[in-house]
Design a protein around this ligand. Structure first.
Ligand SMILES: Cc1cc2nc3c(=O)[nH]c(=O)nc-3n(C[C@H](O)[C@H](O)[C@H](O)COP(=O)(O)O)c2cc1C
Length: 163
């Protein structure tokens, strides 16, 4: 069974999560392909799709929402799981309304949307991003919960193998 794992990422944190998800699916015996959203030309060959995005000011990035628009009918016809990499810190910031994905969940008929903590490295940010970061009160650091991410991928693999 072939599964597409695709993630929109500005600074690489979410791409790394997509790769870890792909690795966990492969360990569970599925064929996982990890592609950037812009490199996805067809969904025909995939039995299921896992789609993610880094969160910027409460929203998914354009490459991920564009993929949802381009393949709305195909996504609605297959099992889809969504994930976001967003909040940073302990406690995680922002605490509320980290990401608005209601429309994307509805459009894809996703089985689940999982919000994971993310990573911000100020050294990689432009001036505009630093200003926005301050405004949305997001600190910096790498808070990605790798065990949780792998466990989620295993849950998905089990659901697909049972179906
Ligand atoms: C300018 C800026 C705005 C952000 N806004 C949010 C936000 O609104 N909600 C959130 O949960 N995380 C927010 N974050 C955190 C990032 O989404 C998070 O660090 C993510 O892991 C980055 O993924 P990427 O490296 O794949 O782009 C923001 C980060 C930056 C730099």
């Amino acid at each position: 069974m072939r599964v597409l794992v695709s993630a929109a990422s500005r600074h690489g944190a979410t791409t790394e999560m997509a790769r870890v998800i792909g690795g966990a699916l492969a360990e569970a015996g599925l064929e996982a392909e990890v592609l950037a959203p812009d490199d996805v030309k067809t969904l025909g060959e995939y039995a299921a799709v896992i789609l993610g995005s880094g969160v910027y000011v409460g929203h998914w990035m354009d490459p991920a929402t564009d993929l949802v628009e381009r393949f709305a009918a195909e996504l609605a016809a297959r099992p889809v799981w969504l994930f976001s990499s967003g909040p940073i810190g302990d406690p995680p910031k922002p605490e509320e309304d980290a990401v608005d994905v209601a429309e994307i969940v509805a459009a894809t008929g996703a089985r689940e949307h999982r919000l994971f903590a993310g990573k911000v490295d100020r050294a990689t940010l432009g001036l505009g991003e630093k200003v926005i970061l301050k405004a949305v009160r997001v600190p910096e650091g790498d808070y990605r919960p790798w065990d949780e991410v792998r466990a989620w991928a295993r849950e998905i693999a089990n659901a697909l193998k049972a179906s």
